[in-house]
Design a protein around this ligand. Structure first.
Ligand code: ADP
Length: 214
């Protein structure tokens, strides 16, 4: 009988319990499941590709038919290279549906042999996203029920580093220092209450988190 190989693509920045729920479900249905981390130079990530790969490799160890890989470029080309017949995607809420439908239909146009299969996570994970987990962790919230312990530990360390970096004075002469000299402070950060201070701090947090301006 033909072996069914499925690709589960995503950013996984960081992997959450929702991702793992889907990986477990996928591993029970497909003969082989490839968790494929997208290498996207345009999207700033909190964790490097290598860090995400190592986390996912450790987390998927219980499932022998799951392996972790990275890819760049078109998903359909990668899937053909892996001899995969299926792309696995998660649907959490109606809000995911429109985007996922467009992607699935575009992928079908590009590669008609490749089928997209949607799975729903357990209800408890239907509100969970990597972006929200990063926001909660950044604000000091408890993420232990949202991500595996390995990820919770790494998030804690990363947030400490991000916060320490965001309160370190910038180098004299740097663009940031020059801007704030105009605003009246040598460390490049202006003063609370000054025009632009709040927006600057928000921009720093967004940059540190790898999130885009909404
Ligand atoms: P992307 O950058 O493509 O949104 P993600 O890493 O956020 O990648 O997610 C990869 C896949 O996992 C997507 O199909 C997404 O819908 C799915 N996913 C993410 N979080 C969950 C969750 N809590 N439950 C089910 N599926 C999820």
């Amino acid at each position: 009988m033909r072996k069914i190989v499925a690709i589960y693509p995503g950013s996984f920045d960081p992997p959450t319990n929702g991702h793992l729920d889907l990986i477990e479900r996928g591993s029970q249905i497909f003969d082989e499941l490839v968790v494929a981390i997208l290498r996207n130079p345009e999207k700033e990530a909190l964790f490097t590709l290598g860090e995400r790969r190592r986390m996912l490799e450790a987390l998927t160890r219980p499932w022998p038919n799951v392996r972790v890989d990275t890819f760049t470029g078109l998903l359909v080309d990668y899937a053909v290279g892996q001899k995969a017949q299926v792309v696995l995607r998660g649907i959490r809420a109606i809000s995911d549906y429109e985007y996922e439908l467009q992607m699935a239909l575009m992928n079908r146009k590009l590669q008609p042999q490749l089928e997209t299969v949607f799975m729903m996570p357990a209800e408890a994970y239907s509100y969970l996203s990597s972006r929200l987990v990063k926001e909660v962790a950044h604000l000091g919230g408890d993420v232990r029920e949202l991500v595996p312990p390995l990820v919770a530990g790494q998030l804690k360390q990363r947030m400490r580093r991000v916060q320490a970096a965001s309160f370190r004075p910038s180098a004299p002469g740097s663009g940031e220092a020059m801007n704030s000299a105009r605003r009246g402070r040598a460390d490049g950060r202006g003063r609370p209450g000054q025009r632009g201070w709040r927006a600057d701090r928000r921009a720093e947090a967004r940059q540190a988190l790898g999130t885009k301006k909404k």
